[in-house]
Design a protein around this ligand. Structure first.
Ligand code: ZN
Length: 296
């Protein structure tokens, strides 16, 4: 039996199961302060019976360097109380099992790569467009780590001609992609969810255009085949079509392998994150039980 946590900014999905695709029970709790949230998560998982390992796909930033003294700690975040909190260590101590950890988007990317839209491809990016924007990247089966994890929401797109005045809401960069195209940016700019704005509202082309720029950047910089768009904003009807046509227009048939480019909604739907967390638990269980980083 394996345990899994998809830790998000507003809620945490908890699950236990026998393998990544076989979830036996699940439970959703609200994300509050770290003490309350982690205690509630550990209590529910502990009550499901013995588990061999736990996988956590977490909001970031989170320290993923297995050599670091702060591996598994949450980095600098505006979420009250979470900065510097030892997420992985808490569950290692409390549940006494090995813990596999990655970002929520790398977890979702792993799940889509192996069990969803990426089957048959060598590489996949998973982009979530919700309150914020994040992206995970799998190349040849491995989540890309290095100095840290990717932060795809914080690139700077070319501003749309009819979107020159909005300053952007990123506290660090102003008009980075997250500052311009996240759910919070859409709400701040137009006072509504994208899906609640009329289909002929200019917002649809503006947001689709910014996300098309990210997609083109991913294809151009990584040569990856598949970009999956998850998250609440990405469910807006017609948005993925706009991203697809926008990315094709930006590329102008230049990039080699363009016929293999694939832009899709998650085949696993809202389960991509928790299935990814289960995969991180599988990796943790099959490694020595000491090394948290799946042995690469
Ligand atoms: Zn930013």
């Amino acid at each position: 039996m394996l345990g899994a946590i998809e830790a998000g900014g507003t809620k945490c999905v908890l699950a236990v199961g026998s393998a990544a695709g076989v979830i036996k029970a699940r439970h959703v709790i609200a994300t509050r302060d770290p003490q309350t949230t982690l205690a509630e998560a550990a209590a529910w998982i502990g009550a499901q019976g013995h588990i061999d390992a736990l996988g956590i796909a977490s909001f970031g930033p989170v320290d993923l360097d297995p050599q670091s003294a702060t591996w598994g700690h949450i980095g600098k975040t505006p979420k009250p109380g979470w900065t510097g909190h030892d997420l992985a260590g808490y569950f290692q101590r409390r549940l006494g099992v090995p813990v596999g950890l990655d970002t929520d988007v790398n977890g979702a990317a792993l799940a889509e790569y192996h069990h969803g839209s990426g089957r048959g491809a060598r590489s996949l990016a998973y982009v979530t467009v919700g309150t914020g924007i994040g992206g995970g990247l799998i190349i040849d089966g491995q989540p890309v780590h290095g100095a840290a994890h990717p932060e795809m929401g914080h690139i700077f797109p070319r501003r749309a001609a009819d979107d020159q005045d909005f300053a952007g809401i990123c506290p660090y960069h102003g008009d980075c992609l997250e500052g311009l195209a996240s759910g919070l940016a859409i709400m701040t700019r137009w006072g509504k969810l994208l899906s609640d704005l009329p289909t002929d509202h200019v917002a649809h082309d503006i947001i689709g255009g910014y996300l098309a720029q990210l997609t083109h950047a991913i294809f151009a910089m990584t040569a990856c085949e598949t970009v999956v768009f998850g998250g609440g904003v990405a469910k807006t009807p017609g948005l993925i079509d706009r991203i697809r046509s926008g990315a094709a227009a930006l590329d102008a048939s230049y990039l080699p392998g363009g016929d293999r480019h694939h832009i899709a909604a998650p085949a696993l739907g809202d389960d991509a994150g928790i299935v990814g967390a289960m995969m991180l638990a599988e990796h943790a269980a099959s490694s020595s039980g000491v090394t948290p980083d799946r042995g690469h």
